[in-house]
Design a protein around this ligand. Sequence first.
Ligand SMILES: Cc1cc2nc3c(=O)[nH]c(=O)nc-3n(C[C@H](O)[C@H](O)[C@H](O)COP(=O)(O)OP(=O)(O)OC[C@H]3O[C@@H](n4cnc5c(N)ncnc54)[C@H](O)[C@@H]3O)c2cc1C
Length: 376
Amino acid sequence: MAKVLVLGGGFAGVVAAERLAEQLGDDHQITLVSRSRQFVFYPALVGVAFGKVQPADVSFDLRHTMLNRRINFIEAEVARIDPLERNVTIAHGEVEGKLGYDYLVFALGRRLATERIKGFYEHAHHLLNIDKALKFGKAISKFREGNAVFGQCPDARLPVPVYETAFALARLLEERRTRDSVKITIVSPGTIEAELGDLTAAAALRKSLAAQQIDFLPNVSINSLTEKSAMTTAGDGIDFDLLMLVPPFRGSSAASYVGITDADGYINVDSTMRVADQKRLYAIGDCVNLDGPKMGHMAVRQAEVAAANLAAEIHGHGPVSHYQHETEFVIEGAGGGDSLYVHKDLWADQPASVRQGRFWSWAKRVQKSCWEVSHL
Ligand SMILES: Cc1cc2nc3c(=O)[nH]c(=O)nc-3n(C[C@H](O)[C@H](O)[C@H](O)COP(=O)(O)OP(=O)(O)OC[C@H]3O[C@@H](n4cnc5c(N)ncnc54)[C@H](O)[C@@H]3O)c2cc1C
């Protein structure tokens, strides 16, 4: 019997645990550990902020869902892993102390490095959990006029909700017939081309932004915030009345000091999702050292690859699956036919496949419903 520990109850951890339960017999034990028993469907949080989706519709109870799939669930905070001793230190929760394992899947996501932007906690809204999305939603409902500024801080790797927030606000202001009272600006530490990874996709998005009179300021590195202004490393100040920023990302601190990460704390993996130079250790999702944006569909695909290879390893075989690093996302537009679909192989020198139209907004909502139905 093998004891498999999966750390993290997000897209990566949940899918890895589910696939392992499908591929391993009853004699193997699968345990999922996460700090909260709530799974959150993050791509719907812009909808939560704008009151289009209820919080109850974007989360579900992990313990219940995992039990149905023969997976033990432990609600607990992971402090660190020790791949040499093959154990995990639990800081607090339903268990405390050390949990041993035969195989470990690390899927604890990214850390929000808000401490790198002075004043972030006090002055910026963000959308990285349900409570913060609701708080941002309250600010939106009170916001009537002035400057709305949305964007990514340096090292943030999540452009999609920034654009979706700008389009959603433009749509809301049109409905309120107050669009002329608000200037909407997107700030980026890079360019649209870099954020989307493709020239055709960037051109399509620029056109949609221009149609909604949304300004885009490239190469803006925000390094501190005051109550009304975002300060940049170039010494400029960007005034705001409403601010939503994606904070800098870093790897999970539970993997620090083990010698398995890059300088930003992301875990080094190969294409089988095994941690480089380690035995019986896999890492998947936002926590791994792969370039480009950090996306849920990548986490899901990596989980499938890791589960297939781990099951093969337990059965005494070599790797059977390899991860291909592709980005695929939908940016919901302001309405009409401007929702944008982009699919690109990040390891091949090929242009992206780009589509635009009302269908893609619908497809994104259907994807959320399918995920819900398959996990209730
Ligand atoms: C607003 C928003 C919109 C997005 N839109 C899209 C989109 O349109 N398309 C797309 O593909 N992706 C999108 N994403 C990105 C996507 O949600 C992430 O890439 C995905 O959630 C990563 O999955 P993960 O399992 O690696 O990490 P996470 O989902 O972050 O899961 C990590 C899990 O580990 C738990 N955890 C962390 N640390 C500890 C610890 N120390 N101890 C115990 N448990 C711990 C967390 O509670 C969580 O359950 C969006 C994200 C946000 C925030």
